[in-house]
Design a protein around this ligand. Structure first.
Ligand SMILES: *Cc1c(COP(=O)(O)O)cnc(C)c1O
Length: 231
C-alpha cells in the first residue's frame, strides 16, 4: 500500500465516523481530493486506491494534469480563483467549478462550454468571514447571483462553496459553515433546488460535516503537506 492509499483510507474512516456521530449517512459527504501542487503520479496513486474526483486551483497546472491522466476516468473540479482570460480552458476541461463569484465569469463559462459536453456543474463561492482579502460574494448578494446564473445554458447551478478563515476556534468555524447552510436553505426556500454545500478542508472537515457539508475538499490529509511555494 502506498502512503496515499493509507491516508485516503484514514480520511474516509474519519468522514464516516463524523457523519455517524451527527446522524448523517456515511456517504452523505463526498470526498474531493485536492491534488494542487502534486504531480500526476500522485493522482494516479489515489485513483488506484479508489478515488475518482480531484480538485485543482491553478488552471495551467490543472489542465496539464488532466491531459497527462487522460487514460483514467476522472472527475475534475476547479476550486481556485478564476480570471476571465482563463475561463475557456476551464470550460473545456473541467466538470465542476466551485469558485464562481461574478456573473461575468459565469457568462463566459456558459458561452465557452463545448456544445457536446455535459453541463458544467457550478457552485457560488461565498465569503462567510467578511475578510477583505477573501474571494467570494457577500452573503447578502448570493441570492441575486444564484438567480442570474440559474438560466445560463451549458451550466447547472448546484450550490454554495466557502473557505472560512483559518482558525483554531471550532465554534467560530461552525458558525461560518452554518451560515453557508442557512444561505442554501434560504435560496431553496425561494424556489431553487440546490443540493451542494462545498465546505470543509483537512483541518476542519469534521465540523463541516456536522453542519451539512456534501463535498469535502481535502488535500494535505491525503497527499501530505505542500511546499510553501505550491500552496
Ligand atoms: C488547497 C485547498 C483545499 C485543500 O486544503 P487542505 O488544507 O490541504 O486540505 C481546499 N479548498 C481550496 C479552495 C483550496 O485552495
Amino acid at each position: 500500500m502506498t502512503i496515499i492509499s493509507v491516508n485516503l483510507q484514514a480520511v474516509k474512516a474519519r468522514i464516516r465516523a463524523a457523519a455517524q456521530s451527527v446522524g448523517r449517512d456515511a456517504g452523505a459527504a463526498r470526498l474531493l481530493a485536492v491534488s494542487k501542487g502534486w504531480p500526476a503520479e500522485c493522482v494516479r496513486s489515489a485513483f488506484s486506491a479508489g478515488q475518482r474526483a480531484f480538485g485543482e486551483n491553478y488552471v495551467q497546472e490543472g489542465v496539464a494534469k488532466i491531459a497527462a491522466l487522460d487514460d483514467l476516468d476522472l472527475e475534475w473540479h476547479f476550486i481556485g480563483p478564476l480570471q476571465s482570460n482563463k475561463t475557456r480552458e476551464v470550460a473545456e476541461n473541467f466538470d465542476w467549478v466551485h469558485s464562481l463569484d461574478r456573473i461575468k465569469i459565469a457568462q463566459r463559462l456558459s458561452a465557452q462550454r463545448p456544445s457536446g459536453a455535459s453541463p458544467l456543474q457550478v457552485c457560488i463561492q461565498v465569503n462567510v468571514s467578511g475578510e477583505d482579502s477573501k474571494s467570494g460574494v457577500a452573503p447578502a448578494e448570493v441570492a441575486a447571483l444564484a438567480h442570474a446564473i440559474k438560466p445560463l445554458p451549458g451550466m447547472c447551478l448546484r450550490g454554495l462553496m466557502t473557505i472560512p478563515e483559518a482558525s483554531e476556534n471550532h465554534e467560530l468555524l461552525r458558525q461560518r459553515f452554518a451560515l453557508l447552510r442557512k444561505l442554501l436553505e434560504q435560496i431553496n426556500g425561494a424556489g431553487m433546488q440546490l443540493d451542494t454545500l462545498s465546505m470543509g478542508m483537512s483541518d476542519d472537515f469534521e465540523i463541516a460535516i456536522a453542519e451539512g457539508a456534501t463535498i469535502l475538499r481535502i488535500g494535505s490529509a491525503i497527499f501530505g503537506q505542500r511546499s510553501k511555494k505550491g500552496s
